[in-house]
Write a protein that binds this ligand. Structure first.
Ligand SMILES: Nc1ncnc2c1ncn2[C@@H]1O[C@H](COP(=O)(O)OP(=O)(O)O)[C@@H](O)[C@H]1O
Ligand SMILES: CC(=O)N[C@@H](CCC(=O)OP(=O)(O)O)C(=O)O
Length: 257
């Protein structure tokens, strides 16, 4: 059975359009297995600010102290995951929330402990557990908190978590659902971008902040054999006339021609 992994960004979780849920129903009807990974950066920021802790990011990744990690997990599992699971269940989709640290669902190691603290780089995923859920007709909704081999929990950027889940499941496609129509260059959505173009756009500052983990994880997923990675807007319908609307990340030039 073909799998589509959908990463739902925190930027758009409160504004998901009804066509977002219709698209998931459509994919299920067509026989795809659907697996969701969610973010929640803005919810974490709100809580940190309430607690007078200043959020800090390096290239779109949150600097994570032990305290920040606890707050991130509390918000992501207690608020963000709950909300998305409830919304999916409300429209009749059988969603089930899973924390990435449960049963080694997402295994990670420190990405750069000195610079970023408790931030994880995914090493492996528990494919069997996800497949168990999928085969029983459920949509797993995964929170990007991982665990390392010393049982230390780590905060993983949801874009990297989604790409790792897509690779682990040998998914057909990974969709990054966010709050913009795709990657914008001079206010125009690029239909496709390759590795070289992405590097140039990061270098000249056109791609910045939260878009960096998206394009970097997209490129590494493609390098590892994933067929298709797209960045789409969750506030609108992003599937029309059998086509995805957004930016496709390609390995090399002209891959779609
Ligand atoms: N070239 C670009 N095109 C579009 N958005 C960009 C670009 N570079 C940076 N961004 C920013 O990336 C944001 C999406 O990333 P982020 O806020 O982390 O979303 P999410 O929570 O969905 O992961 C956009 O809202 C925009 O501010
Ligand atoms: C290490 C790291 O950056 N973790 C992210 C996890 C949530 C996330 O990725 O949320 P978005 O998809 O909304 O950005 C964070 O703490 O914000």
């Amino acid at each position: 059975m073909s799998t589509i992994v959908i990463k739902c960004g925190g930027s758009v979780l409160n504004e998901l359009s009804s066509s977002f849920f219709d698209s998931i129903k459509e994919m299920k009807k067509k026989g795809y297995s659907v697996v969701l990974v969610h973010g929640g950066g803005p919810d974490i920021n709100d809580m940190l600010e309430k607690l007078n802790i200043m959020p800090e990011f390096v290239n779109g990744l949150r600097k994570t102290t032990k305290e920040t990690l606890q707050i991130a997990e509390m918000v992501l599992t207690g608020k963000t995951n709950r909300k998305l699971v409830e919304q999916l269940n409300d429209v009749g989709l059988k969603a089930i929330g899973l924390n990435g640290s449960d049963s080694n669902l997402i295994q990670a190691e420190y990405l750069d402990k000195a610079r970023l603290g408790y931030v994880g780089k995914v090493q492996s995923i528990n494919k069997d557990l996800i497949q168990l859920m999928v085969e029983s007709g459920h949509i797993p909704v995964i929170t990007p908190i991982a665990i390392n081999n010393q049982n230390v929990k780590l905060n993983v950027n949801a874009d990297y978590a989604a790409a790792a889940v897509a690779i682990g499941l040998e998914a057909e496609q990974c969709l990054f659902v966010t709050d913009v129509d795709g990657i914008l260059v001079n206010n125009q959505v690029k239909k496709e971008l390759n590795k070289r173009e992405v590097s140039e756009l990061i270098e000249n500052g056109t791609i910045y902040g939260g878009m960096i983990p998206k394009v970097e994880s997209a490129l590494s997923a493609i390098d590892m054999g994933l067929k298709s990675v797209m960045i789409v807007n969750g506030k609108k319908g992003f599937f029309e006339n059998d086509q995805w609307l957004g930016t496709q990340i390609c390995r090399k030039e002209g891959i779609l021609q």
